[in-house]
Each structure stands twice: as C-alpha cells, then as structure tokens.
Design a protein around this ligand. Structure first.
Ligand code: ADP
Ligand code: MG
Length: 511
C-alpha cells in the first residue's frame, strides 16, 4: 500500500522572484513558508530521541539562502525545458521540503578508501542547491553488488567522508536504509541538513523494485529527486519505484549528462570521432553499432581493437580478445564501410611477454604480432595516425583506455590521447569522456577538468548513447507538469533485460 501523497501545494514557477522569506529561514521555522506536505509531521529536534545507528554527530547545516537569487542557475532559468524534457529541480521550491535524493555513489574503493570520487563530486551541485534552498535531504545510493545482503566492504561510509570533504559539512550515515533508528534520524533532520542512507542494495527489495521497499524509502520524504545518472538505466526501487509514489524531479547532474550526451547524438559538430578502447567488446557492441550510424571516424584501441584485428584477418597472439565477438566486429566493420565511416585500427602495438610490471616488451607491426606475446598498448605509428586523424575533428567521444594504462609502461597511447583531447577541448572542440577507467586515466594526469563533459554514467551513458530509454529518467514527469503529477509507470515498471518468456510446455496440472 502506497503511503499518502503530499497534499497539493502551489507549483512554484520560475520567473518573478519569490519574496524573501525573512529571518525565520536559518532557524528552520516554518512560519510564513508554504504549508508542509500532509504526509509528515513537522520535525522537532528532540533530545529524547532513542539512539539510532545513525552517527549521532552534530550536523553542520547549510544556511538556507535568501531569495531572490543573485546568481546561479536555479530559478532564474527562463527555460524549463531542459534537454531531459523532464521536471528538474529548477522548478521546485524545495524550502522546508524533505527530499529523497538518489545519487550514484557507486565509486571504486581500495582499502576502504574511495579511489576516484568523480561521481561524488558530480552530485555536489544538486545537493548544495537543495540545501541552500532550505531543504533537508535523505540521500540514497547503491555501492557495488551486495545482492540483497549486508557486505561490510560495501558500506557507504567512505563515500560519506568524500562528500563531507566536498560539502565542508558533516555527512552522517545510517547503519541501514531501513529501521527505527533510520526513521528517527530522518525525522530529526532540519532544513539545511542531510543524512546518507546505508547502501540500498543491502536489501533485496531494491533491485527487485519491490513496492514495499520503495514505499518505505518514499515515506522518508515529500519529494523525490533523481540525480543518480549512473543508476538511471536500472528500474529499481530507489530509481523507479519511489518516483511512482512521490512528486519527482531530476537533478542538475542528470540534466547535464543528458544534455551532453543528447547533443552528441542529435547535433554534433562534424567531423565527429568516437574513440573506443578498454578491455572487452562485449559490453560495447550495442553502443558501437549505434555510434557507427553517427560518427565520421572510429578509432579503436585496447582489447577492443584486438577483437577487430582478428575480425579483419590478423592474429593477435596471446592478446586479450573475444572470439565470440569477432562476428559482431565484422558486422560493425561492414556497417562502417557502407556508411563511409573511417575506421582506424592499430598499425603497430606494444607487445609484452606478460601483462605485468617489469616484463619484457617491444614495438611490433600488427601485421605480424608474435604468437606468444600480448598486445598491451598502441605503438608510435598508431599514435601518430590517431593524432593526424583527429586534427580536423570537432567532436570527440572517448570511452575506454587504449592500453593497459594501469602499468605506466603500457599507458603511452592513453596518456597521449588524454593530452590530445585536452588540447582539442581547449581549441574549442567538444570532448566528452565516459567510462570509469578512462576518467581515472584523465584524473591521473589532472586533465579531467579540461574536457567539455565527463560522463559519470558508465553503463547508463552507454545505454543512453545506444538510444535506449533510461527507466529512471522515463519515470519522471515532463517539465512544467504540476507538482502533484505522478508518472503512470507505477503499476507496470518494465522488467529489465528479461528475455521474452519461452513458450512453455503445457502445464501438467492447472491450479
Ligand atoms: P572504461 O571503464 O573506461 O569504460 P573498460 O572498463 O572498458 O574502460 O576497460 C578498461 C580496462 O581495459 C583497463 O583495466 C585496461 O587495463 C584494460 N585494457 C586496455 N587495453 C587492454 C589490452 N590491450 N589488453 C588487456 N586489457 C586492456
Ligand atoms: Mg571500466
């Protein structure tokens, strides 16, 4: 049973600035503000609350800002219709609202520390905007694949630490996404405060989009904001389920991701080049097939290129390649030839005895790759050819490192491409980079900030580029719809990637 919805409240439209709310704001008092949605009580900070698994640390608060805004993108936006076509937080008056905010803090960890916090940093603008607006935020995210069980190594505390660093405020985490202690921590939130729920995938209901789990998450808030672009391709409880219960909006990251990626698909400045590397073709076949219809140039590297080399008749020795993908690669090469897309395959490569540090390696032509060696990077002639081919290009999409860049000796092509991409972006080209490892390579060189857009979406970015609907985005009402508009999707969230049911043999017994 879904919890009751917030009472209707007047939709706040951009345009005439809102009157300043006076001195009551910072104290969180509600006098003069819009009436609180009916589904929750005004929370009184209480000293008597039972102890909860949430960190009982004092919470620094962001002072809600005075309106009208003097700067910043929100509310002064004249055009509601962002690239998403969806209702965004620009049209939400979040003051004194409790927001359930889905983010994607699925970050790489090593020894309990966040290795790359790009996804956390990317969520900061929305969090700040909502806090400054006088909202309180219950943040939900997944981390890894705990498969419905508590896995201590996949707790969100390291992510909370990074977020605290970027926000310069305490970020308490709950010990569980559900439970009395969590409910209590949520109830105690005052405007300008936030709490991070523990990994939602510790509950099996998350990935099943279980209505009861979604209802529980939704009961924490008045409004749902989805800014977790990296999880938008999943129809889970915290991405799709809650959006069927609460008035829902997309955040600023979701908006900028969709804008950058849709620009690539719809109106790229030409010539448009895609550079695809990384380990395996299997996860990238669909996007390669979609891109080949859009780009003028395709440059291949990494293990992906190895599979294409095999498809074009070369042998690659012990190099990583996928025999099952050779046919797909052949089809993509054929499509490219039909469309007149130039495909650049490596003409030479760095081959290594083993894929380890300190091993013997040499440069050879890809015409005669030695049988007992591994190709681990592009060679100098391939790098020169790449540089020449990219000289006149106006749009670049890069996904996947060009070699085993984690080993510095095999990272030359990736580093050269990163520098070249930065130069191109500085010279005015549009450069979009996606993929966790590619972004990590850019971070290592301190070049991420130079790109036009870093896509934090991983699988979601790829699915978007394939032209597929992202359920987490599809479910949000259209821009300009009244506050209380709900999606129609609640009844029937589409099951994901389930193969069509096979015709069954006649049932043995009918019940
Ligand atoms: P991204 O995360 O940017 O999408 P992928 O996950 O597809 O990239 O691929 C990254 C991985 O591919 C890296 O770990 C890298 O070592 C590996 N890789 C790149 N080139 C090769 C190669 N020639 N042989 C084996 N692995 C490779
Ligand atoms: Mg990767």
């Amino acid at each position: 049973m879904a919890p009751s919805r917030p009472a209707n409240r007047p939709q706040v439209k951009p345009g005439p600035p809102l009157p300043p709310k006076g001195a009551t704001q910072a104290s969180g008092a509600s006098a003069g503000g819009p009436s609180r949605p009916a589904n929750r009580q005004a929370s009184k900070p209480s000293a008597k609350s039972p102890s909860s698994p949430a960190t009982p640390a004092p919470v620094a608060r962001v002072a809600p800002r005075q309106r009208p805004l003097s700067s910043g993108p929100r509310r002064i936006a004249t055009n509601l219709y962002s690239a998403t076509g969806k209702r965004t937080i620009r049209e939400l008056d979040a003051r004194e609202m409790r927001i359930l905010l889905r983010v994607d803090f699925n970050v790489p960890l090593s020894d309990g520390k966040v290795v790359d916090d790009s996804r956390i940093r990317a969520a900061v603008p929305t969090i700040k905007a909502l806090l400054e607006d006088g909202a309180s935020i219950v943040i939900a995210s997944h981390l890894g694949r705990p498969d419905g069980k508590v896995v201590d190594g996949l707790r969100l505390r390291p992510a909370a630490e990074r977020l605290a660093h970027h926000l310069q405020m305490m970020v308490p985490t709950t010990g569980d996404a559900l439970g009395v202690g969590t409910e209590d921590a949520v109830k105690r939130l005052r405007p300008g405060e936030l709490v991070l729920l523990e990994n939602v995938r510790f509950h099996a209901g998350e990935e099943k989009n279980d209505p009861a789990f979604a209802a529980k998450l939704a009961s924490y808030a008045d409004v749902f904001v989805n800014d977790g672009f990296g999880a938008a391709h999943r129809a889970h409880a915290s991405t799709v389920g809650v959006a069927g219960i609460l008035p829902s909006y997309v955040g600023l990251l979701m908006e900028s991701e969709v804008e950058a990626l849709s620009n690539l698909l719809d109106k790229p400045s030409r010539p448009f080049a895609a550079i695809v590397g990384g380990g395996k073709v299997s996860g990238k076949v669909a996007v390669l097939e979609a891109l080949i219809q859009k780009v003028d140039l395709l440059i291949l590297g990494g293990g992906v290129a190895n599979t294409f080399l095999v498809a074009s008749g070369r042998s690659v020795g012990k190099s990583l390649y996928e025999s099952k993908m050779v046919e797909h690669a052949r089809r993509i090469l054929k499509l490219a030839a039909e469309r007149g897309v130039k495909v650049l395959l490596p003409v030479d490569g760095v081959v290594a005895k083993e894929v380890t540090r300190g091993t013997e390696f040499k440069v050879v032509s890809t015409e005669k790759l030695p049988a007992s060696w591994h190709m681990v990077d592009l060679g100098p002639d391939s790098i020169t050819a790449m540089r020449e081919a990219l000289a006149s290009v106006k749009t670049i999409l890069w996904n996947g490192p060009l070699g085993v860049f984690e080993i510095p000796a095999f990272g030359t092509a990736t580093r050269e491409l990163a520098k070249l991409a930065a130069e191109k972006a500085e010279a005015g080209a549009t450069v979009v980079v996606g993929g966790g490892d590619s972004i990590a390579a850019l971070q290592q060189l301190n070049l991420a900030g130079k790109m036009t857009h870093i896509s934090t979406g991983g699988g979601a970015s790829l699915e978007y580029l394939e032209g597929r609907d992202l359920p987490g985005l599809a479910v949000i009402p259209t821009a300009g719809s009244p506050f209380e508009t709900m999606p129609i999707l609640w009844e029937a969230p589409k099951p994901e990637k389930k193969p069509a049911p096979k015709p069954k043999a006649p049932a043995k017994k009918s019940e």
